[in-house]
Write a protein that binds this ligand. Structure first.
Ligand SMILES: [Zn+2]
Length: 287
């Protein structure tokens, strides 16, 4: 039975050596060490109420007031987040030539900050907002600081940080003033794919093209419960590619997996990296 971190790291290194062009998909688990909370427990169940739905956000000013008032508190977790060992290990694997493409379901941009270059942000990025009417874009922090000025009372509130820059704040949100598009007064929304939203086709196609050039899938820190990520594992399985998972908990793709390591992500990745570096030293000194 494989149970130690070292054994799992060796098995992962072996998997990476056998499949030199990996298509990697990551989820919330790679960012929890960075201080960004996640939605699901090890059984893949919701730990908290599901996030805002796209349709509700569009239809209701009350939903947007609540969303932005809570974001003024909760987005600090994302803004202050630092890259974790898992982000660094995945960036190192790319620089060693092992990664064909990294597709992330996270919107925190921490893979890019850690040095990964071949990244598709499947669900967008939380640091930019765009007008849904005219396409005007602005940085999230600029929108937040304008809304802080418009709503001084709300900047005095604090609450537990929650996923996606949300916070567990409950109060009367009806007086909160939401910033509209400075150009056309339209609705501003983070450049993030919400639940009930669709992944833009160009992004989905970029992820798919990477899969066609890869020879295995490695899912890291994701339960794959969201269909837009799960579908690629299902496609990879149909293409005959091995599908491996490194994650603390169960995944929706468990029955498709050829390899599964249920363990803390960072130490296993770091051990695998050490093994790969050692074996590349052997190749270069003997070969
Ligand atoms: Zn606009």
């Amino acid at each position: 039975m494989m149970n130690s971190i070292a054994q799992m790291g060796e098995a992962l290194a072996d998997f990476i050596e056998r499949h030199p062009k990996l298509w990697v998909i990551t989820g919330a688990g790679v960012s929890t060490d960075s201080g960004i909370p996640d939605y699901r427990d090890a059984d893949g169940q919701w730990k908290r109420p599901p996030p805002v739905q796209h349709g509700d956000f569009m239809a209701s000013i009350a939903v947007r007031q609540r969303y932005w008032a809570r974001a003024l508190v909760g987005f600090k977790a994302m803004r202050e987040a630092q890259v974790s060992g898992a982000h660094r290990a995945l960036a190192a694997l790319e620089s060693m030539g092992h990664i064909e493409l990294l597709v992330t379901q996270n919107v925190d941009r921490l893979h890019q900050r850690a040095g990964s270059r071949k990244v598709v942000d499947l669900h967008g990025r939380a640091d930019i907002v765009a007008c849904l009417s005219c396409g005007y874009q602005m940085m999230r922090h600029a929108m937040h600081s304008e809304m802080a000025t418009m709503n001084p009372y709300f900047t005095t509130l604090d609450a537990r940080h929650a996923p996606d820059g949300d916070a567990d704040l409950e109060t009367d949100f009806s007086t909160f003033k939401v910033l509209d598009c400075p150009r056309c007064r339209g609705i501003l929304k983070p450049q993030v794919v919400y639940y009930g939203d669709v992944v833009p086709p160009a992004r989905r196609l970029a992820a798919q093209a990477g899969l066609e050039n890869a020879n295995a899938v490695l899912a890291v820190g994701t339960s794959l419960m969201v269909y837009s990520g799960y579908r690629f594992c299902r496609d990879a399985h149909a293409m005959g590619l091995p599908v491996a998972s490194l994650s603390l908990g169960v995944t929706r793709a468990d029955t498709l997996l050829t390899h599964q390591w249920r363990a803390p992500i960072t130490p296993v990745l770091e051990h695998a990296l050490k093994v790969l570096r050692f074996s590349s030293t052997l190749v270069s000194t003997t070969g």
